[in-house]
Design a binder for this molecule. Structure first.
Ligand code: AMP
Length: 187
């Protein structure tokens, strides 16, 4: 099964992806984690994306599509992928569909985590205090929310048209959200 966890920054996609990986034969493909690893390693790619990420803007489609493409064989071997933070633009969504189609696979479900903005700010402020992620500072976070609204939210009708979108209330406890995701995956 290939699953997309969809929602704004701070909605809990990473937390839920990690839980799903523990329970199912799937791998988490988080472009944010991949880019942070590149940044931390000081690689050429990391240097190219560091400032864009710190500002809260999206890195180019070309970069993230290549990162995902490189990991598809591994995900396939494991039994499926949980896409976390990808796709984030219509071009990325179309590229993902094509890449999977070329391998005889497809996206099976898109789970949208719905959260309200005040709660997001609260979560991210706490994460900033705990982890010190540069792009969690309030200015960058506002840019990230705006990028979501402008570039990522248009994917909602894209997946709705494909009949793959399921909505889950992301405001509950981690366990409650997890149970709602499990139910959405069964239907
Ligand atoms: P995330 O951890 O998913 O919130 O990603 C952190 C940052 O990495 C984002 O604010 C972007 O700068 C970059 N990034 C992650 N995934 C993508 C993507 N699919 N497209 C463009 N930029 C991305």
């Amino acid at each position: 099964m290939n699953l997309i966890l969809f929602g704004p920054p701070g909605a809990g996609k990473g937390t839920q992806a990690k839980r799903l990986v523990e329970q199912r034969a799937m791998v988490q493909l988080s472009t944010g984690d991949m880019l942070r690893a590149a940044k931390a390693s000081g690689s050429e790619l990391g240097r190219r994306v560091a400032r864009i990420m710190d500002r809260g803007e999206l890195v180019s489609d070309e970069i993230v599509i290549a990162l995902i493409e490189a990991r598809l064989p591994e995900a396939e071997a494991a039994g499926g992928a949980i896409f976390d933070g990808f796709p984030r633009t219509p071009a990325q969504a179309e590229a993902l569909d094509l890449m999977l189609k070329g391998r005889g696979r497809q996206i099976d479900r898109v789970i949208r985590l719905r959260v309200d903005e005040a709660a997001l700010l609260d979560r991210i402020t706490r994460r900033f205090q705990a982890e010190g992620r540069a792009d969690d500072n309030p200015d960058s976070f506002k840019v990230r929310l705006q990028a979501y609204a402008d570039q990522t939210a248009p994917l909602i009708p894209y997946y709705q048209r494909q009949g793959k979108l399921r909505e889950v209330d992301g405001m509950g406890s981690i366990e409650a959200v997890a149970a709602a995701i499990d139910a959405a995956l069964r239907d």
